[in-house]
Design a protein around this ligand. Structure first.
Ligand code: PLI
Length: 461
């Protein structure tokens, strides 16, 4: 009997310009990682071969976006490009009002300042580093209400980004609805391994929050990737377009913060979107303090034009199929070799489970930080820690958080690398896995106060 073979797919673009890669030698890499204090954030880009540190601001723009840069209207006030961006946000996401910001955390800062009062509780489907910090700086406390499966790297739940509604109900009865200004809902939850939330779950949350007069604010940073998983896995969506699913997600919410550096295919930019006119006016006023006038929010006109075009390209079915297809390709290769990764494979990268990869290294000796450094030494591939270092300390008690997930993220920039690059990455991880017993942990020698993972330094034990 003939075996049915799956049709191959290919990138829905061809390459018009290339950037030559740097190829540091092994002795250079050994020296550089020590100088960087075993922190891949502190490496120089010129010392990196394949850069999987992040998918943030690292996408390749299309020729249409580059052409858009030339249409930059660099007026201080009322730039034409702002109105194009506003049109794009309304058309594809449906929000009424938008305020551009220099990137996602600019929007988080303004949102937190206008909505959070001291002593408030902000439930969310797993923390994100900058989001939680802005909530705390505004006087709030983040509480995780994601389903338990999200903390288990082996669980095959199709929507590990879902919110546990019972946990939300318990918070409402414990603190009272007036202490909860909004629920922060992320699409494809970054720290859980790029795991999606289902529309069914979001709609149930909408019903619960409406009843209690609590807002839903979306972190829509990777919304198109979430829509892909809904189309693939949720009943009733297989024939819908990514664009229509994206719109349906936004329709369940009251506003959103966006880091356009991810899904929206630009190297810089973000925005705050909101449906309430009064909140919009308050945010428009505050943005002039922190970012710039409300019609540019810290961006050049050309950046807003590239974002307006990127939003449109990001919701194309062809684009998203190829984008996640490449992530799956790498993940399947690693799975076949027996490498422990977070499953199901997520939207923006592969997450190695460092607790299972290096079981002999205690969490206090930073297994994920260690593994990211070892991968760099092996091949010059740069990855990122998403474990105890990223989790940081409780801002009230000063004690370290000990997250269940101790991960190394291989984040795939959009439209940048080829399948052959993915082969090289997989080979390097497999090589490191073969010598895992010989790998020793790290000790932290410098710890900055905020978001320590960016700048902390380490030494080998
Ligand atoms: O890096 P920003 O300020 O544009 O965006 C902050 C931000 C908010 N939400 C989520 C889910 C993010 O992933 C995010 C930034 N992520 C980075 C930088 C990353 O490497 O994943």
């Amino acid at each position: 009997m003939s075996k049915k073979t799956k049709a191959s797919w290919a990138e829905p673009y061809k390459i018009k310009m290339v950037e030559l890669l740097k190829m540091p030698t092994i002795s250079q890499r050994k020296k550089m990682i020590i100088e960087a204090g075993y922190n891949t954030f502190l490496l120089k880009s010129k010392d990196v071969y394949i850069d999987l540190l992040t998918d943030s601001g690292t996408s390749a723009m299309s020729d249409r976006q580059w052409a858009g840069l030339m249409l930059g209207d660099e007026a201080y006030a009322g730039s034409e490009n702002y109105y194009n961006l506003e049109k794009s946000v309304k058309k594809y996401y449906g929000y009424k009002y938008i305020i551009p910001t220099h990137q996602g955390r600019g929007a988080e800062n303004i949102l937190s300042k206008i909505l959070i009062k001291k002593g408030d509780i902000i439930p969310g489907n797993m923390y994100f580093t900058t989001t939680r910090l802005h909530q705390e700086l505004a006087g709030g406390t983040f509480i995780d209400v994601i389903i338990d499966e999200a903390h288990d790297s082996k669980s095959l739940h199709p929507f590990k980004g879902n919110i546990d509604l019972k946990k939300v109900e318990a918070l409402i009865s414990k603190y009272g609805k007036d202490k909860i200004p909004y629920i922060c809902v992320a699409t494809t939850v970054n720290m859980a391994g790029g795991q999606p939330i289902s529309l069914e779950n979001l709609k149930q949350l909408r019903t619960l929050t409406k009843k209690n007069n609590i807002k839903i604010i979306l972190d829509m940073t990777r919304i198109a990737e979430n829509a892909y998983f809904i189309k693939l896995r949720e009943k009733g969506y297989s024939k819908k377009s990514i664009a229509s699913i994206v719109k349906e997600i936004c329709d369940q919410t009251d506003g959103a913060t966006m880091s356009a550096k991810k899904d929206a295919l630009v190297n810089i930019g973000g925005f705050l979107a909101i449906n309430d006119k009064e909140l919009f006016e308050e945010a428009s006023n505050l943005v002039v303090v922190y970012e710039g006038l409300h019609t540019y929010g810290g961006l050049a006109g050309r950046d807003m034009e590239a974002m307006a075009i990127g939003i449109q390209e990001s919701v194309s079915d062809n684009h998203i199929n190829a984008r996640i297809g490449q992530v799956l390709y790498l993940g399947e290769k690693l799975k076949e070799a027996g490498i422990p990764i977070v499953e199901p494979i997520g939207g923006h990268g592969i997450f190695l489970d460092a607790k299972r990869f290096l079981p002999h290294i205690k969490q206090d000796h930073y297994p994920a930080q260690t593994l990211a450094a070892e991968i760099y030494i092996d091949s010059g591939v740069r990855t990122m820690e998403r474990g105890i270092v990223s989790a940081g300390r409780n801002s009230k008690t000063g004690k370290n958080y000990y997250p269940e997930l101790e991960l190394v993220r291989l984040t795939i920039p959009r439209r940048v690398y080829t399948q052959a690059h993915m082969d090289v990455v997989a080979e390097s991880i497999i090589k490191v896995y073969k010598r895992k017993e010989k790998i020793k942990g790290l000790k932290m020698t410098y710890e900055p106060k905020y978001l320590r993972f960016f700048q902390a330094k380490f030494e080998k034990l």
